[in-house]
Design a protein around this ligand. Structure first.
Ligand SMILES: [Mg+2]
Length: 262
């Protein structure tokens, strides 16, 4: 009898521990793992180096005489392509808060983003070879000064207002890219979000994003250099079907519906 009691206590303890564990896992903020991946996974760092190593290889494939004869430019995004803002997301998690535009601006005002591994070395090499760097970002124009302070601290090239092409009127980067292409031969684009490369991805659903990615198959790792961003981006908006104002449970439903089991 005593033995049966002991065994049942043991089983109950296991059950209650695993129930507690699964409850805890469910309550974990959705972004905790991706932020940890960005901040703590050496695999993330390796992926960044890989992207910039390929970019450097492509840069060196362009003969020096072409740089002398033409105005060549590289268009790059900033956030999660060249600079790392994961601290803002991590602080949200620590304080149990949700993202707002105000929170973001308070973060960028600190000019405290660090460089994505390999970014500074690559852009410095590109500048040295003769390319002009344009930073096409959807940061607000009110953030230009704090961003420039940040980029200068990191010793990035072409850090002046003429090379900062921030959001004006439209979040689409296409008009800004076209304006640069009027005066320059754009040799390479860098981004973490597929709309950093062409407008073909803008506001597309998941299957169309795949379709467009396949269509551009030969450009990845050539003209288009992609950096990993597991935390946010249009891929995330596509999971929520670009619907804004969803409740946490509606968002969870959308995420569950998109999971492919076997
Ligand atoms: Mg970005």
């Amino acid at each position: 009898m005593k033995k049966v009691l002991l065994v049942s206590c043991f089983v109950a303890a296991i059950l209650s521990t695993s129930a507690q564990d699964s409850a805890a896992i469910k309550e974990l903020p959705v972004k905790e793992y991706p932020v940890l991946f960005q901040q703590q996974a050496a695999e993330y760092r390796a992926l960044c180096y890989q992207a910039f190593n390929i970019a450097l290889l492509r840069l060196h494939e362009i003969p020096r005489r072409k740089f002398r004869k033409q105005k060549l430019a590289i268009i790059t995004d900033l956030d999660e392509t060249i600079i790392d803002n994961s601290y803002s997301e991590a602080q949200l998690l620590k304080e149990g808060k949700t993202f707002t535009g105000q929170w973001w601006k308070a973060w960028t005002a600190r000019s405290a983003a660090t460089a994505v591994p390999g970014a500074v070395e690559f852009l410095q090499a590109a500048k040295q070879r003769g390319a002009t760097i344009f930073y096409v970002s959807n940061r607000d124009t009110s953030e230009v000064n704090s961003t420039l302070i940040n980029l200068k601290k990191l010793q990035l090239p072409d850090t002046d207002t003429a090379h900062m092409r921030f959001l004006v009127n439209t979040s689409s980067k296409e008009p800004r890219r076209q304006l640069i292409a009027k005066d320059y031969n754009v040799i390479m684009l860098l981004g973490d979000n597929l709309s950093d490369f062409t407008s073909a991805f803008e506001k597309k659903n998941i299957s169309d994003r795949f379709l467009e990615t396949d269509k551009a198959h030969n450009d990845w790792g050539k003209k288009f250099i992609v950096l990993p961003n597991p935390v946010y981006g249009e891929w995330e908006s596509a999971i929520y079907d670009y619907e804004k104002g969803l409740t946490p449970s509606q968002r969870e439903q959308k995420r569950q519906a998109k999971l492919k089991g076997y």
